[in-house]
Design a protein. Structure first.
Ligand SMILES: Cc1cc2nc3c(=O)[nH]c(=O)nc-3n(C[C@H](O)[C@H](O)[C@H](O)COP(=O)(O)O)c2cc1C
Length: 180
C-alpha cells in the first residue's frame, strides 16, 4: 500500500465481521511495530492479544468504566489488543530518578508511537482498528493477569471492517503550523 494512502485512509473502525485475525498477520504487524522509535531504544511496549471470547466479554462488560460504545466495539471485534509498557524504564535514569520534567510521560509517548505504527500496519493488511482510551486500568490489569512490572496504555479493537467509514473533518495545515 502507498505510504500516503495508508496514512490518509486509515480510519477508526468500530464494526467488524466475525472473521478471525490470522496469527501470521499479527506477527507481520508486530514485525513493523517493533521498528517504532523509543526512549533510548528501550523498547518497553508489549502487545497482549485477547482472542478468548469469554475474557473479551468480561473486559467489554466490566473493564470499560461503563462506556457502552467501547463495550459494544469490543464485543463486535474478533480480537482485542492491550498495549502495555514495562514500568520505570522509559523516561528514567538508572538510579530510578526521572530524566526530564515530563516524568514517566515518555512511557505513554512511546506507547502512542507504537500504537500508530500498529494501526497503520494493520490497515496495510486490510484490518481495521480503533484505539480506545476509556477503560478501567485496574480492572483490566486484573482481568488479563498483567505482570506487576507492566501497565496498560491503551486498548485496540482489531478485525476485518464490515464497511468503509467516512473521514472525520481535519483541521487545515495552516491552522496547525507556527513559524518562528
Ligand atoms: C488516545 C485515543 C483515545 C481514543 N479513545 C477512543 C475510545 O475510547 N472510543 C472510541 O470509540 N474511539 C476512541 N478513539 C478514536 C478517535 O475517536 C478517532 O481516532 C478520531 O475520532 C478520528 O477518527 P479516525 O481515527 O477515523 O481518523 C481514540 C483515539 C485516540 C488516539
Amino acid at each position: 500500500m502507498d505510504f500516503n494512502q495508508c496514512i490518509k485512509e486509515r480510519r477508526s473502525i468500530r464494526n467488524f465481521t466475525s472473521q478471525k485475525v490470522e496469527h501470521e498477520k499479527l506477527e507481520r504487524i508486530i514485525e513493523l511495530a517493533r521498528f517504532s522509535p523509543s526512549w533510548k531504544n528501550s523498547q518497553t511496549v508489549r502487545y497482549i492479544f485477547v482472542e478468548d471470547e469469554q475474557l473479551k466479554d468480561k473486559i467489554a462488560n466490566e473493564c470499560v468504566s461503563g462506556f457502552v460504545n467501547n463495550s459494544n466495539t469490543i464485543k463486535k471485534a474478533p480480537l482485542l489488543v492491550v498495549i502495555a509498557t514495562i514500568k520505570s524504564r522509559c523516561g528514567y535514569e538508572r538510579d530510578g530518578s526521572f530524566t526530564t520534567s515530563k516524568g514517566d510521560g515518555w512511557e505513554m509517548f512511546d506507547a502512542g508511537i507504537a500504537t500508530q505504527t500498529f494501526c497503520l500496519a494493520s490497515h496495510s493488511e486490510n484490518l481495521g482498528t480503533v484505539v480506545m482510551g476509556i477503560f478501567d486500568e485496574e480492572k483490566l490489569g486484573e482481568a488479563i493477569s498483567l505482570p506487576e512490572n507492566q501497565k496498560v496504555s491503551a486498548i485496540i479493537a482489531l478485525g476485518y471492517p464490515t464497511e468503509p467509514v467516512n473521514t472525520p473533518k481535519r483541521k487545515e495545515v495552516s491552522e496547525l503550523i507556527t513559524y518562528k
